[in-house]
Design a protein around this ligand. Structure first.
Ligand code: 1CP
Length: 346
């Protein structure tokens, strides 16, 4: 699955492949972001896309979490970075998130989106990957990611996490919606394959808002696309994240080898019920925001115990809240890096 000899495989990659490890690896979704005072200094007043398209700044932002001792670096860009490369520009609006310059409304709008944009269009991401790779010199694996078609489509039509508005749009423009999902699927495959070829060690698909769908909607708008993407995007460990995804039976059939769990899930039960899969999660980001470092350390240790040391990547249920104290993030990482698995007997 990887070109490196086994002794050089990163801890996170070994865990993602279900191999024996000395302790589970740890990182956090949104580890590179506004919760970190060092990030805020770096960010200054630059608009989001200007910041993330600046390779030097984006590389520094990606690498900030290294000082805490995490086991992976996620590249600093956004799920809308790909749609910008497809020629749908966005601006980031405070309190709203990414807003398209001109929301998709018609088949012609969909046709205008480039399904396989020339990698020149996202050259800054490839350069970012290379720059982070140079800086890391093989010390840590690099996670590249994409939004899944459903979640990215909600931003393209301008509804974001407002599911009622999204359903309203789909009722009004069913054909536009279907074509948009198809086009995003194609672009996502192209984008992730390019990043794997450029050296990404792991990829994660974020379908953040699909967890709120009814089962039949999930099957049509999320599951179909996860399966199609994972059939084509191969060669490195793949992680699927659906925020509080209720359909674990479907998530585990997507083709990803790692499934990210939320607070609704029981980690130990998932490991028992799906012996061929690896699970990521599921420390509470609410506790990370509001608890003491001691409480965070204790909860994290319980999560590591529930994982049993193998087939487990420690992470949060969702991303870090921007009010998370630095001392809590330190306590979270240290609780994992201090842990040692009991050697197996026999
Ligand atoms: O002002 C700022 O700095 C903007 C905040 C921000 C950041 C730090 C945005 C805007 N995007 C990012 C980077 C980002 N986005 C990363 C890389 C950094 C890291 O993980 O450490 C990643 C993985 C994302 C992914 C992303 N963007 C998701 C999926 C993950 C999730 O949190 O569910 C989603 C839904 C987005 C959309 C988005 N981008 C930004 C905002 C404010 C939003 C809306 C989020 C919301 O409404 O909750």
């Amino acid at each position: 699955m990887t070109q490196q000899p086994p002794q050089h495989k990163h801890l996170l990659v070994r865990a993602a492949l279900g191999e024996e490890v000395e302790r589970p690896p740890v990182w956090a979704m949104r580890q590179a972001g506004r919760w970190d005072p060092e990030f805020m200094k770096l960010r200054g007043n630059l608009p989001f896309y200007d910041f993330s398209e600046n390779v030097e700044l984006a590389a520094k932002a990606s690498l900030l979490a290294r000082r805490f001792g995490v086991d992976a670096i996620i590249l600093f860009y956004d799920i809308t970075t790909l749609t910008v490369a497809m020629r749908l520009p966005f601006t980031l609006q405070p309190g709203k998130g990414p807003v398209p310059a001109s929301p998709v409304r018609s088949l012609a709008d969909v046709e205008r989106l480039e399904a396989t944009p020339d990698p020149q269009q996202f050259r800054h991401i490839i350069e970012l990957l290379h720059s982070v790779q140079n800086e890391l010199a093989g010390q840590l694996p690099i996670i590249a990611f994409a939004g899944a078609p459903f979640t990215v489509a909600t931003y393209c039509i301008g509804t974001g996490k407002d599911l009622n508005m999204t359903r309203h749009f789909i009722k009004e423009y069913p054909q536009v919606w279907e074509r948009l999902l198809g086009r995003l699927q194609e672009a996502t495959v192209h984008f992730l394959k390019t990043l794997i070829r450029s050296g990404a060690d792991v990829v994660q698909l974020f379908d953040s808002w699909a967890g709120a769908l009814e089962r039949s909607e999930y099957l049509n708008w999320a599951q179909t696309h996860h399966e199609a993407i994972w059939k084509q995007v191969i060669g490195v460990p793949r992680i699927l994240f659906v925020k509080e995804g209720p359909y674990l039976d479907l998530m585990t059939k997507s083709g990803a080898e790692v499934i990210s769990l939320g607070k609704r899930h029981d980690l130990a039960a998932a490991l028992r019920n799906y012996p061929n899969l690896v699970f990521q999660g599921n420390v509470s980001e609410e506790l990370m925001r509001s608890g003491t470092p001691e409480q965070v350390a204790e909860t994290t240790r319980r999560c590591v115990e529930a994982g049993g040391g193998r087939r487990h990547i420690v992470n949060l249920s969702h991303g870090l809240d921007l009010r998370t104290p630095v001392a809590n993030f330190e306590a979270y990482v240290q609780a994992v890096t201090a842990y040692r698995c009991q050697p197996r007997v026999g």
